[in-house]
Structure formats: structure tokens, C-alpha cells
Design a protein around this ligand. Sequence first.
Ligand SMILES: C[S@@+](CC[C@H](N)C(=O)[O-])C[C@H]1O[C@@H](n2cnc3c(N)ncnc32)[C@H](O)[C@@H]1O
Length: 343
Amino acid sequence: MARLASQAKAGFYPTPDKVCDLLSSKLEIEEGARLLDPCCGKAKTLCRLGADGVTYGIELDHERAQKSRTRLHKVIWGDALTEVRISPVSFNLLYLNPPYDTALAADGKEKRLEEQFLRKYMGNLVQDGYLLFVIPYYVLKHCAKPLSRYFRDVQVFSFPESDFGGFKQCVVIGRKRKLIPKNEAQDTQEYLEKFATLLPEFFLSAAPPLEEMPEITVPAAQGPLKTFQGTKVDPLEAIPLIRKAGIMSTVLSELAPRKNNHIRPLNPLENGHMALMLAGGYMNGAVQKDGRQLVIKGVVDKSEEIVKSSGDGTGKGTITTRDQYKPTVKVIDLQVAEIFTIQ
Ligand SMILES: C[S@@+](CC[C@H](N)C(=O)[O-])C[C@H]1O[C@@H](n2cnc3c(N)ncnc32)[C@H](O)[C@@H]1O
């Protein structure tokens, strides 16, 4: 999670305004077209490109996901590679501007995230659906295989020179196809790989500028989208629903201890006593601290440790164990929707 969090923090480089302007001047989105951005950031880009379409986003960073909810029709907060369930063959346009980095893939190998995102999401496009893929041009060599085998009319355009310096990005466009035979995909694969070998200044003069991208009409979706959901609960979405359903007070009363809450200690409690009471569950429930709303739950987990074992080789013997008690306090901070665990 620490790595994911740092990826989210460092990986936020929204599509530059100029690129966004150029892309939106080339796109015509029919009413009811379904558009997906699996790394939507604050969703400024998809919101602008989306126009009359129905827009869907996924974002790892909670604050950005919240912002996106004000701009898109539906947003999942979570890891788009592992924490979502989305119907395949359902979107008419996939806008993909993923983090430019490497990470361990499901097969345990370190791979470029651009390739991992492409492979994960290309199956969500309908046949002939459009891909707009923003990546550093030198990453084309990692994505050339899936691009050439699953897309037709693949073309690469360079970012405007004024925006190229930072990450050296290009825009790849293509239309989703079922698997294309290897021999037919060969030319496209070589075309993409060749770009990746160039020095930045040669790439800029070899690839056509984005102004030359063809105009694209994205048609309306056929049929409903069955599934678009995250696998983890977003407290900021869940809490209003729970409040509305009226179960919050029941949950909080279940969390609070039923007995002994009228005892007044003779002396003020030491920190050690407070810690034990906290872990023992005597202070469970909702509290307000420095303007923050917290929900506290203390538990003590019991485990057994083997301290001695002896045997005579006949299968008989003795094992001596010792009980261990591990106090744990969990705190949910409702403002930032984070869970802290103290052990
Ligand atoms: C390059 S920015 C793109 C933002 C937006 N799509 C745009 O083009 O303007 C990448 C975004 O992906 C998010 N991100 C990184 N890893 C992610 C993951 N595993 N799942 C979902 N979002 C992720 C980052 O937090 C960041 O906001």
C-alpha cells in the first residue's frame, strides 16, 4: 500500500491543457457514448472530452476521487488494477493516461504500468471502440505487442513541443479488434518499436504532431453497463447511506460497552490504565477530537506460542505453550476516510 500511495502521489500529471484542447477539437461524442478513464486524477480531462457521453472514472487517491465525483457520472475510488469489477466489452472510448512507472505485475514480474493498464482495460472496449493512450514515447516498445495484436489503425502522434519536455509523451490512437494474427500485426509492431528507439529530438520530427490526428466520432453505447464497482468500501460514500438507512446508531451502540460505564475511578487514571481500557474496548465508539470525527474500536487478540516441545521418537511427547495477548486499537478517521491500527 505504501508503494501504491507513493505512486498515486507522484503519478499525478494531468493531460496538459493544450493537448486536451487539441483532443477535444478532434472528438465528436454521440449522446449516450460510454467513456472510461481508469486513472482519472481529478477528471478534468475526461470531463472536457466527455461532452454528451456518460463518463466513468477510477482513481487511487481518495481526495482526487472525491473531486472527480463532481465532474463524472460514476467514479470508483481504488486501485484500478486490483480493486474493481467492470463488465467487459462495454465502453466506446478508453482514455488511458496511467502512471509512468514500473511495478510488480500479477505474474510476479516487474513490468511497466502503462502496459499493465493497457492489458487490463483493452478488454473493456467494445469491438471498434476507440483507445486514446497517453504515454512516454520510449514506453511504446513495452506496449507494441498488445497494441498491434488487439487494435487496428494504430497511429502515434507527438505532444506539442512546448509540453514534450517533461515526460516526452505521445498519444497513441487505435480501434479495438479481436486478436489479429501475428504475421498481420508485425508491421504495426515494428512501426511502434521503431519510434521507441529514437532520441527525443528525432522522435519529435519523425512522429506527426497531434494537430494531424484524424477526427473521431464515438458512437452511443448499445445496451446497458451491467457492472462498474469497486471491491472496497469508500467510507465517504458509505456513511451517508448508512445514516440514511438508520443503522449508524445501532452500530455505534453495539460498539459501546454495555456494563461498567458508570464506574468512577478513585484516582485519576494513568496513561497505562487508559491504554488498557482503550484496547479492552471500554472506550469504543464515536468521539470528536480537535474537530476530527473518529470511531474507536479496541480488541485483544489471543494467540499461542510454543515455548518447549519434547518427544521420544515414538510419536509421544509434550508441547508447552504460552498464551499471548496482543492489544490492538483501530481508529477510523471519518474526515479523511483512513483506518489507523495501533498494536
Ligand atoms: C498521469 S495522471 C492522469 C490524470 C488524468 N487521467 C489526466 O490525464 O488528466 C495518473 C493518475 O492515476 C492515478 N493512479 C495511479 N495508480 C493508480 C491505480 N493503481 N489505480 C487508479 N489510479 C491510479 C494517480 O493517482 C493519478 O491521479
